[in-house]
Design a protein around this ligand. Structure first.
Ligand code: GLN
Length: 388
């Protein structure tokens, strides 16, 4: 038979999601794929029960239910200050994953270069390859995960078409400062580059930090696509509700891809999730405080165990150094599989995030109930004996 798409050889399945399957098979605590094991707000699940009876159950308007788009626009205005038109500036997608794919297809032509910081969320490179583009990487330098401004500009000089910015950043936990974003913005304008942001962790920031949307910086609205989702903010990763926000000229093109890729996001779930988008400020304050609480339990425990890790400024990820526990010649992928089996805690190997040749880092997440975190820490206490 004729050969299939040769792009398939350029990437594998998602290692993050593969680790979930391995965790389930081994009855391990899943600190690999980032999702909570606690319930969404009761207001959402109560509404979902009502919607099961009242509907809607049929196709939504392709671009997203009008009331849902209006609520997304209102929330975006509330947190970013930007006034957007729900008719022309928003599309509701199947998670932010679909928003990013549609965006990459809309903005690029085959052969274009798309920049991203390394370490990066593994979706970005695969999605860039879907679009027949070439991913180029800008290192975020450990332990602070800041970028070198000269290296950043050198990347722009290579003639990139777009840059992907995950902020707060998965997996490094960086929350980019206004100054850093301003530098990125100035380069986007100087070199005529589109910005594609992934802001799904916008409300998971620590120590009084504030998330800033790149689209709000001077001159950036025109060239920025803001991708986001409800997954993290309302603990509904399985509902697969995301969205993209962009100026009309770009959004018109994104909508073309969305229309034929997805038809639309799930209509009953949009209707039920609406109550989330309409939550008062106190919801976000409690949500952020809850994450600070989980971070304290987990990072406090990691410190006690003496496992070196990065303390995140935002997101719910830590990057842990497993160098002292690695056997000679063992890869981080092998280590994570063995740890899942023997220790009963699943992590993601760092090599799926870093472009650089790094073998001693794993990503763990702490979006879990207190008791799950304590149980995971108990198991990690045996890391040395069980992995030795
Ligand atoms: N963003 C989450 C993570 O990095 C979930 C990934 C996914 O599977 N969509 O773990």
């Amino acid at each position: 038979m004729k050969p299939m798409n040769k792009k398939c050889e350029q990437f594998t399945d998602s290692v993050i999601r593969r680790m979930t399957r391995i965790a389930i098979a081994n009855n391990a605590i899943n600190l690999a794929q980032g999702f909570p094991d606690f319930d969404p707000p009761k207001a959402l699940t109560d509404r979902l029960i009502e919607v099961a009876v009242s509907g809607p159950h049929q196709y939504p308007i392709t671009m997203g239910a009008p009331n849902f788009r209006r609520a997304v626009a209102a929330k975006f205005k509330h947190f970013s200050g930007l006034d957007i038109d729900p008719e022309t500036n928003i599309v509701i997608t199947i998670g932010s994953t679909e928003a990013m794919v549609d965006t990459l297809f809309a903005l690029t032509n085959p052969g274009d270069k798309v920049a991203m910081f390394s370490p990066y969320f593994e979706n970005y490179s695969a999605q860039t390859l879907f679009a027949d583009c070439e991913p180029v990487f800008i290192p975020l330098i450990p332990p602070t995960f800041r970028f070198d401004a000269n290296v950043l500009e050198d990347t722009f000089k290579k003639g990139i078409k777009a840059i992907i910015i995950c902020n707060p950043s998965n997996p490094s936990g960086r929350v980019f400062t206004y100054e850093e974003l301003k530098l990125i913005a100035e380069l986007c304008i100087k070199y005529d580059v589109y910005a594609i942001t992934d802001e799904v962790y916008e409300h998971i920031v620590y120590d009084g930090r504030r998330h800033i949307s790149l689209a709000t910086l001077p001159g950036m609205w025109e060239r920025t696509v803001t991708c986001n989702s409800l997954s993290k903010t309302y603990s509904i990763t399985g509902w697969r509700l995301g969205y993209a926000i962009a100026p009309k000229a770009i959004m018109d093109k994104i909508k073309q891809f969305h229309d034929f890729n997805a038809v639309g996001a799930a209509s009953p779930l949009m209707e039920a999730a609406l109550v989330g988008l309409e939550m008062p400020d106190s919801y976000y304050e409690e949500f952020t405080a809850h994450y600070a609480h989980m971070k304290e339990i987990f990072t406090g425990g990691m410190k006690e165990l003496g496992i070196p890790f990065t303390d995140p400024e935002g997101t719910y990820f830590v990057l842990a150094d497993i160098g002292p526990y690695l056997k000679k010649g063992q890869t981080d992928v092998e280590f994570c599989e063995e740890m899942t089996r023997k220790v009963g805690v699943a992590a993601v190997p760092g090599s799926s995030f870093f472009r650089e040749d790094i073998n001693n880092i794993v990503r763990l997440h702490f979006a879990k109930k207190d008791e799950t975190l304590y149980a995971a820490l108990d198991r990690l206490a045996d890391l040395k004996t069980k992995m030795g």
